[in-house]
Design a protein around this ligand. Structure first.
Ligand SMILES: [Zn+2]
Length: 228
C-alpha cells in the first residue's frame, strides 16, 4: 500500500513504529502558511453544503455527491461475525480460546483502520468544497437501545465521522450548523417543506405528494440539512 504525501513542504521528521504485526509511519511536514491563506480566500466562491450520513452510503452531499463506505468493510463484517461465533465455541481461557480471542481482536482492528481511512478521506473532501456546512445530530440514546452488533458498530462510527467533519470544518474556519436532534431531514420535502408522516427505509426515492418534487432520498435529506 502506498500513498502520495497530502501536504507540500519540508519533511522534518519521519518515525516508523510497530503495533502488533503492523508497521506505521508518521511524517512531520512544515507547510507554507500561504497555502492556508489561499484556501481561505477561495472560500467565498464555494457553496454551502448539507451532509446526510448513513450506513450504506457514508455521506451524501446536497450537491448530489456520494461517498460510499468501502467495499472491504462488508467482507470484514462477515469475518467479524465468524470470529465471534468461533470464540463462543471455545472453552473459556483455553489456548484455543486465546487464539480465537486474538483473531477477533485483529479483525476489529482491521475494520477500524479501513473505516477510519475512508472517513478521513471523505471528510477532507467535503470540507474542501464547502464555505458553510450543515450536518445532523445523531440520537445517541436511541442508538444504545440497538442490540444488533453491526448496526451499533456503524452507528458509533457515524458519530465519529460527524465529529471529524466538525473539527475539520473548525480548523478551516468553516461555519457549521447542527440540525436539532429530531429534525426530520429525511421526511421533509426540500422543495416545498411539507412533511411525510411515514417514509420507510426501502423508499430510496423521495416523491412529494404535495408539490410533485422527486429526488434521491439521501440528497433530499442533505438539502434539508444545508444551511441557508
Ligand atoms: Zn414538496
Amino acid at each position: 500500500m502506498r500513498e502520495a504525501l497530502r501536504w507540500t513542504g519540508e519533511v522534518s521528521r519521519v518515525v516508523a513504529s510497530r503495533k502488533d504485526d503492523k508497521w506505521f509511519v508518521s511524517i512531520r511536514v512544515h507547510t507554507d502558511d500561504a497555502n492556508t491563506m489561499v484556501q481561505m480566500s477561495l472560500r467565498d466562491d464555494k457553496p454551502a453544503v448539507g451532509v446526510d450520513v448513513g450506513i450504506n452510503t457514508l455521506a451524501t452531499c446536497s450537491d448530489g455527491t456520494k461517498y460510499e463506505n468501502p467495499r472491504p468493510l462488508k467482507r470484514y463484517l462477515r469475518k467479524l461475525a465468524r470470529a465471534n461465533r468461533t470464540l463462543s465455541r471455545k472453552t473459556f481461557l483455553s489456548n484455543n480460546w486465546r487464539k480465537a480471542k486474538s483473531r477477533l481482536a485483529s479483525v476489529h482492528d482491521r475494520i477500524s483502520c479501513i473505516r477510519e481511512d475512508s472517513h478521513h478521506k471523505a471528510s477532507t473532501a467535503i470540507v474542501r468544497k464547502a464555505s458553510r456546512m450543515g450536518i445532523e445530530t445523531l440520537n445517541v440514546s436511541g442508538l444504545l437501545k440497538n442490540r444488533k452488533l453491526a448496526k451499533a458498530l456503524s452507528d458509533s462510527a457515524l458519530s465519529r465521522f460527524l465529529t471529524m467533519l466538525k473539527y475539520k470544518a473548525e480548523r478551516r474556519g468553516i461555519p457549521l450548523t447542527e440540525a436539532a436532534m429530531f429534525f426530520a431531514s429525511s421526511q421533509t420535502c426540500s422543495s416545498c417543506g411539507s412533511k411525510k408522516s411515514e417514509l420507510t427505509l426501502r423508499e430510496r426515492i423521495y416523491h412529494c405528494g404535495e408539490c410533485g418534487f422527486t429526488c434521491d432520498r439521501d440528497v433530499n435529506a442533505a438539502i434539508n440539512l444545508c444551511p441557508v
